[in-house]
Design a binder for this molecule. Structure first.
Ligand code: FAD
Length: 391
């Protein structure tokens, strides 16, 4: 089989890239190792920044997002006995939207199906070849067990943190920057109306907690837990008790309403950047190139921003014969990646308990500054609501 762009991975990065390329008249084939149902049901990110919403809307994917998503003006930051609201719209003129990654994925799958896109699910043994030539190809085994070869002008590695694309770049041709954190998040989904109108980020000496949501009837909450935590040790009652304590149940009349928990998982926290994001005719995008801890709500937004740049670069390369934007893709994308990597690290280290009393005082000092200084508040707001995609 031959196509213009072989896309590995049918997560948000891969499907959005195929969608944007198709709008520019460029053909692609998407290979995905999991089933369509599995990819569609993965519960992950839930916050879209301003630029992501604009891009999805311009790409014709904003209908359900704007009808069923919820626009938030800002977030709450709190610590014991104090809660402050940061209004991003007042501070920067930009808002964020609550719209689950599962919904983004559904919209992308529907748009690609309507466009007749070839998405090959349940493939295995994906291997990348001849990336340093202008005739790269990918071999794989299809869902029926038949070995196949896909020839392309370009390979887009959109296969997340465990896919083969990142590893296909030879060790001497890249650098990996990495930070692991000594804590994880225990995340739950609960069939209960959120107890807050906007997200609450709570610093607490027992550990960070976050009250987020997916819809008016579904809440998403997180607790900082030690690495290696087994969810089996966390009963529903223990989780709600711990959330109530850390989120300040009873503080100034605020109450946390518990409800049936429908999903529990533990998410380790790490930062990783592989640089450059291009090797010959292989271009990396999304989690294939970088991972951020979820505290800054940046993972999905970075994947969207990478793909916006990459689709423009590949259009210039394959339609106009202009290799300039493709040559600059890695540098352009990495500028934003490092800004978001810093912001995610900064939010993470400001809000998670380390057990060190000196750290705790620094964190509280920083939180007081961010919530009382217009300059401090604007800095957080500008990064959280997101920088323009070209920036
Ligand atoms: C458990 C979890 C929770 C998260 N929570 C949040 C959150 O709360 N907030 C936030 O902002 N971000 C969160 N993230 C991050 C966010 O979900 C990712 O940044 C986002 O999914 C990146 O999209 P992507 O398309 O680059 O990668 P992915 O969504 O990982 O998609 C990559 C795809 O490639 C496929 N693939 C892998 N190997 C192969 C192969 N060999 N051949 C073909 N296909 C392959 C995978 O099956 C997958 O479908 C979370 C991530 C995880 C893992």
């Amino acid at each position: 089989m031959r196509t213009e762009v072989a896309i590995i991975g049918a997560g948000p990065a891969g499907l959005l890239l195929s969608h944007l390329l198709a709008r520019a008249g460029i053909e692609s084939v998407v290979l995905e190792t999991r089933s369509q149902e599995y990819v569609a049901s993965r519960i992950r990110a839930g916050i879209l920044e301003h630029s992501s919403v604009e891009l999805l809307t311009e790409a014709g994917l904003g209908g359900r997002l704007r009808a069923e998503g919820h626009e938030h003006r800002g977030i709450y930051l709190q610590w014991p006995h104090e809660r402050h609201h940061l209004d991003f719209v007042d501070l920067t003129g930009r808002s964020v939207w609550v719209y689950g990654q599962t919904e983004v994925q559904k919209d992308l799958v529907a748009a690609r199906a309507a466009g007749g896109q070839a998405v090959l699910y349940e493939t295995s043994d994906t291997r990348l070849h001849d990336l340093e030539t202008d005739r790269p190809y990918v071999t794989y085994v299809d869902a029926g067990g038949v070995a196949r070869r896909l020839d392309a002008a370009v390979v887009a590695g959109c296969d997340g943190s465990f896919g083969p694309s990142r590893a296909a770049v030879p060790p001497q041709a890249h650098q990996t920057f990495e930070r692991t954190y000594p804590y994880s998040w225990l995340g739950i989904l609960a069939d209960v109306a959120p107890s807050t109108d906007e997200l609450i980020y709570a610093w607490h000496p027992d550990g960070f907690a976050l009250h987020s949501m997916r819809s008016p009837t579904v809440s998403r909450l997180y607790l900082q837990v030690p690495n290696g935590t087994d969810v089996a040790g966390w009963s529903d009652a223990r989780i709600w008790d711990e959330l109530a304590g850390r989120l300040g149940h009873g503080q100034d009349g605020w109450t946390l309403t518990p409800g049936p928990i429908t999903d529990k998982s533990v998410l380790p926290m790490r930062s990783l950047v592989q640089s450059p994001m291009r090797h010959g005719r292989l271009f990396l995008a999304g989690d294939a190139a970088h991972i951020v801890p979820p505290t800054g709500a940046k993972g999905l937004n970075l994947a969207i921003a990478d793909v916006a740049l990459l689709s423009r670069a590949l259009t210039a390369l394959l339609r106009d014969g202009d290799a300039g934007p493709a040559e600059r893709y890695s540098d352009d994308a990495l500028r934003r990646v490092w800004r978001c990597t810093h912001f995610s690290w900064w939010m993470t280290t400001m809000l998670h308990a380390s057990g060190d009393p000196f750290d705790a005082q620094l964190q509280l000092s920083q939180l007081r500054w961010v919530t009382t200084s217009p300059a401090g508040a604007a800095g957080l707001a500008e990064n959280y609501a997101g920088l323009p995609i070209a920036g």
